[in-house]
Design a protein around this ligand. Structure first.
Ligand SMILES: [Cu+2]
Length: 551
C-alpha cells in the first residue's frame, strides 16, 4: 500500500513511503495505483504513447520483484520501503524493448546509442584527473558545479517517510524538487540510511550499498547515473567523469587544489579555499540522527558547507596516510569476488578488501581500514561520514578510482562470469539479481557486473598488480638477488642451449602447446572492446582501437 494511515502505523510500518521517482508518476493517481508508465514525448513534440508504445519502444507491464532470500542480519518483512525495491511504490512500470531504457523508454541502455539504440556507444573515457589539461579540469569542475545548481528536470524526492505521502487531505503528494547533484547525494544517503522502526528506533544493521557484494555494483551504477545526467544537462554524450588515483598521494591530498577539488582554506584547516566553487556548496542529508528521531527523511535542504581536513586526524595516525599502490596491487591478486558470509567480515574477498575492511592481502581484521575506506577516512570531514560522504565532490573521483580497480580485477581475474557473486544469502539488496535501491528504472547487481566498456565507459589506464618492489628491500638483499639472478641466468642459458640443441625442430610453446601468450579473455568481440591486461585502448574520434602488446 502506498497510502498509509495512522491506524496502519502502529509498532511496525506496513507501508513506509519515500523514494526518488519520475515527476510524472508522483501524482495522487500514480501513487495510489502503483503504476508508473508515463507517456513518451519525442524531441519534436510528438506523443509516442505510454512507454513509447506507438514507436515500439516499450509497454506498461507488471513488475514483480522476487523476494530473494537474504542473510538474517535484517530480520523484518514489510517494514522497510526499500524491500523488494521498488515494489512498495510501483508494481507496474515501463518494460522497454531491445536497448531502449528509461522510466518512459526515452533513452538507450548504457553502452548503446543512436535513434533506435542499436549502435554500440563509443565508451567515454574516464581519465586520471592529474593527467587532464587545465581546460579539461575546468570543464569537469564547472559541470559538477552546474549539476549542483540545476534542478533535476525529471526526478523528484519524497520529503516524508511515512504517513501522508499524499498530504493531510490525501490530495497533495509530499514531494520536492532537488538538484541533479543533490539527488546523487540523496540516493547515497537513501541506500545507507537506517530502517525506521519508530521515533528514535533506528535499525542500523542495513545498508544497500556497503558491507556486501553490491559495494562495487551499487557505486558503479551511482556514478553511471551521475555521468549520464551530466551528459544530458550539457547536451554532450562524450562527457566523462574522471578519477583520483588515491594510491600515490602518501600523506597529501594531491587533488585538493583549486583547479580540482578545492584547496584547504588558508585560515581554516577544515574548510575549502574560497578560490574553489566547492567552498560555496552546501551539504544535504547530514542529520541522520534527526531523521531517525523524527521518523522522517532527508528533504534536501541545505545543512552547512563541506568540511575536509585531509590527513589531519591527529587521533588516528593510521588514517593520516593514503593507501599505497602496493595495497591496490595486492587486492587485485585476490581471485574470489566475495566470500561467505558476504558482509564486512568476509575474508579473502576482493570486494571486502577493496571496500577496506580487510588488510590489502585479504586478511580480515576488525581494527583495519584500508583502500576505499581509508581514502574516505583520510579526507577527515564530510567525505568520511558514510551517509553524507557524497556531498563532497571528491567522492566522485574517489569512487571512480575504486571502480577502476574493480574493472582491473574483472580483467585480471578473467571474470567473464559471475564467479563467487552470491545469488542468495547476501545482505538484503546485495544478491546477484537484487534490484539496487533506489535506482529507477530498476537495475540489478548483475546488470553492471560487466566490463566498463560494455556499459559505455573506459579508463585511460587500469591499476596493475604490483610486484614486490626493490624499495622494500635492503641494499644487501638487492645485491644478493642480483648475484643470484646472474648465476641463475648463466645456468639457464646453458640448460636452454642444451635443450635447444636436442629439440631444435620444435617451436617454443606454452604447456598447452599454443604458445606463451594467452589472452585472459577474447581480445575483441566485434564491438571494438578490448579486454586483456596487455591491451592498450586508443580513442580516436568515434572509434576505439585495441592495440595488443604481445610481450
Ligand atoms: Cu558509498
Amino acid at each position: 500500500m502506498a497510502v498509509c494511515t495512522l491506524a496502519v502505523f502502529t509498532a511496525v510500518f506496513v507501508c513506509s513511503v519515500s523514494g526518488q521517482f519520475p515527476r510524472a508518476c508522483m501524482t495522487v493517481d500514480g501513487i495510489v495505483s502503483k503504476e508508473c508508465c508515463p507517456e513518451l514525448i519525442s524531441p519534436d513534440g510528438q506523443n509516442l504513447g505510454v512507454c513509447g508504445e506507438n514507436a515500439s519502444r516499450g509497454s506498461c507491464q507488471d513488475l514483480t520483484v522476487p523476494d530473494i532470500p537474504h542473510n538474517p542480519e535484517y530480520p523484518f518483512t514489510n517494514v522497510d520501503d526499500r524491500e523488494r525495491w521498488p515494489n512498495k511504490f510501483f508494481n507496474r512500470t515501463c518494460a522497454c524493448q531491445g536497448n531502449f531504457w528509461g522510466y518512459n523508454c526515452g533513452e538507450c541502455r548504457y553502452g548503446w546509442t543512436g535513434e533506435s539504440c542499436a549502435q554500440p556507444a563509443p565508451p567515454v573515457l574516464r581519465k586520471n584527473i592529474q593527467n587532464c589539461t587545465a581546460e579539461e579540469r575546468r570543464r569537469f569542475v564547472d559541470a559538477l558545479d552546474q549539476a549542483k545548481r540545476s534542478v533535476h528536470p525529471d526526478y523528484i524526492i519524497c520529503k516524508e517517510h511515512w504517513l501522508g505521502l499524499l498530504g493531510p487531505n490525501g490530495t497533495e503528494p509530499q514531494v520536492t524538487n532537488v538538484t541533479i547533484y543533490d539527488l546523487f547525494v540523496w540516493m547515497h544517503y537513501y541506500a545507507v540510511r537506517d530502517t525506521l522502526l519508530g521515533p528514535n528506533q533506528p535499525w542500523r544493521e542495513i545498508d544497500f550499498a556497503h558491507e556486501g557484494p553490491a559495494y562495487n555494483t551499487w557505486h558503479r551504477m551511482h556514478l553511471l547515473w551521475l555521468e549520464r545526467e551530466i551528459q544530458k544537462m550539457l547536451g554532450d554524450e562524450s562527457f566523462a567523469l574522471h578519477y583520483w588515483d588515491w594510491s600515490v598521494g602518501g600523506t597529501e591530498c594531491d587533488v585538493c587544489t583549486d583547479d580540482m577539488m578545492g584547496a584547504r582554506h588558508p585560515l581554516n584547516p577544515t574548510a575549502l579555499s574560497p578560490g574553489s566553487p566547492f567552498s560555496r556548496w552546501q551539504s544535504v542529508c547530514m542529520s541522520l540522527d534527526d531523521y531517525n528521531r523524527l521518523v522522517t527523511l532527508c528533504n534536501g535542504t541545505d545543512e552547512g558547507p563541506i568540511f575536509r581536513n585531509p590527513g589531519g586526524n591527529v587521533d588516528r595516525p593510521d588514517f593520516r596516510t593514503l593507501p599505497s599502490r602496493r595495497d591496490v596491487g595486492r587486492c587485485l591478486d585476490l581471485p574470489l569476488y566475495d566470500n561467505p558470509n558476504w558482509t564486512e567480515t568476509a575474508e579473502r574477498s576482493f570486494r571486502n578488501t577493496l571496500e577496506g575492511f580487510d588488510h590489502p592481502d585479504g586478511e580480515y581484521d576488525p581494527s583495519i581500514r584500508s583502500l576505499h575506506n581509508l581514502a574516505h577516512l583520510f579526507l577527515n570531514g564530510t567525505a568520511s561520514i558514510t551517509h553524507a560522504s557524497a556531498n563532497d565532490p571528491i567522492f566522485v573521483l574517489l569512487h571512480s578510482y575504486s571502480d577502476a580497480i574493480f574493472d582491473a580485477w574483472l580483467v585480471l581475474q578473467n571474470a567473464s562470469s559471475l564467479v563467487s557473486y552470491p545469488e542468495e544469502g547476501a545482505p538484503i539488496g546485495h544478491n546477484l539479481n537484487s534490484t539496487m535501491v533506489p535506482f529507477f528504472p530498476v537495475v540489478t547487481n548483475a546488470d553492471v557486473f560487466q566490463f566498463s566498456q560494455d556499459i559505455g565507459y573506459a579508463f585511460d589506464a587500469l591499476p596493475e598488480r604490483v610486484p614486490e618492489g626493490p624499495s622494500q628491500l635492503t641494499s644487501l638483499e638487492i645485491f644478493g638477488m642480483g648475484a643470484g639472478a646472474f648465476i641463475g641466468c648463466v645456468v639457464c642459458v646453458l640448460v636452454a642451449f642444451g635443450i635447444a640443441r636436442k629439440l631444435s625442430a620444435k617451436r617454443w610453446g606454452g604447456p598447452d602447446g599454443k604458445g606463451v601468450y594467452q589472452p585472459l579473455l577474447k581480445e575483441e568481440d566485434g564491438r571494438g572492446r578490448c579486454y586483456t591486461a596487455d591491451t592498450t585502448v586508443t580513442f580516436m574520434d568515434n572509434d576505439v582501437r585495441c592495440n595488443v602488446d604481445r610481450r
